[in-house]
Design a protein around this ligand. Structure first.
Ligand code: PEP
Length: 253
């Protein structure tokens, strides 16, 4: 493995209220009792903005960190109704931030807008979970590598190193569908991404590439045998303590 840590990152999307902390507390209890196995595990929950401050205060001394799911690109206050910037996210207690998720790209977020958001997040000392991935149509046209290249090149423009970036490969056709790529196919795409990043960023110790898309307790076994994978971004299954714990239990890494 390029990086010794294994990331289990929950993406709650538009899920949860204050009482949902009990889900994370159960997962935290599991982490405590399985200490030896989890020495290199890093567990992060990216929750709706309204929950960040409460959850990060409550989990302050725990093994779990809190993240957000998107931000405005401006690194300052401004007239953008309903928006929140990375400085505000950081001050609320988040340490991580998902950017470039396909659900936001689908709403019109461009690679260059994502780049502005990434730069602002790094300035505010947040670690970015940078999502990239092709749609089914793009895959059908055999343009996966071309799409990933563009997302990486523009998304990471003017970024000096990958110290504050975790790259999440999430094929759009796999998110929420129950369909995952075949291991062979995934190994090929992840190695394309790795080579691409290695060409632009010299310090290989920072390189972390995770996979996301319909990860569950049944497919995690096979997924975790993929060489050099640094972890998983987990959507639907991260809103259930049992499902999330079962994923951690069945992971071979
Ligand atoms: C996601 O949306 O980032 C994701 C991985 O979702 P799911 O696990 O539900 O496919």
């Amino acid at each position: 493995m390029t990086n010794k840590y294994r990331y289990f990152i929950g993406n709650w999307k538009m899920f949860g209220d204050f009482s949902s902390l009990k889900i994370i507390n159960s997962i935290n209890n599991y982490i405590k009792i399985s200490k030896t196995k989890s020495k290199y595990n890093r567990v992060i929950f990216c929750v709706p903005n309204i929950l960040i401050n409460h959850f990060s205060n409550k989990l302050n001394k725990s093994n779990i960190s809190i993240g957000a799911q998107n931000c405005h690109q401006l690194n300052d206050y401004g007239p953008y109704t309903g928006s929140i910037n990375s400085k505000m996210i950081k001050s609320a207690g988040a340490k991580f931030l998902i950017l470039g998720h396909s659900e936001n790209r689908r709403e019109g977020e461009t690679d260059s807008l994502i780049n502005k958001k990434i730069r602002s997040a790094i300035k505010n000392d947040l670690t970015v979970i940078f999502c990239i991935g092709e749609t089914l149509k793009q895959k059908g046209k055999n343009t996966t590598n071309k799409i990933l290249s563009k997302q990486i090149e523009t998304g990471l423009k003017k970024i000096k190193n990958l110290q504050k970036i975790i790259v999440a490969y999430e094929p759009v056709w796999s998110i929420g569908t129950g369909i995952i790529p075949r291991n062979k196919e995934l190994i090929k795409t992840l190695s394309f991404i790795r080579n691409k990043l290695n060409k632009s960023f010299k310090n290989k110790s920072f390189l972390r590439i995770i996979y996301g898309g319909s990860v569950n307790s049944k497919n995690i076994g096979a997924l975790s045998t993929i060489p050099d994978i640094s972890g998983f971004l987990i959507g639907g299954a991260s809103t259930s303590a049992k499902k999330f714990i079962d994923i951690m239990k069945n992971c071979y890494m």
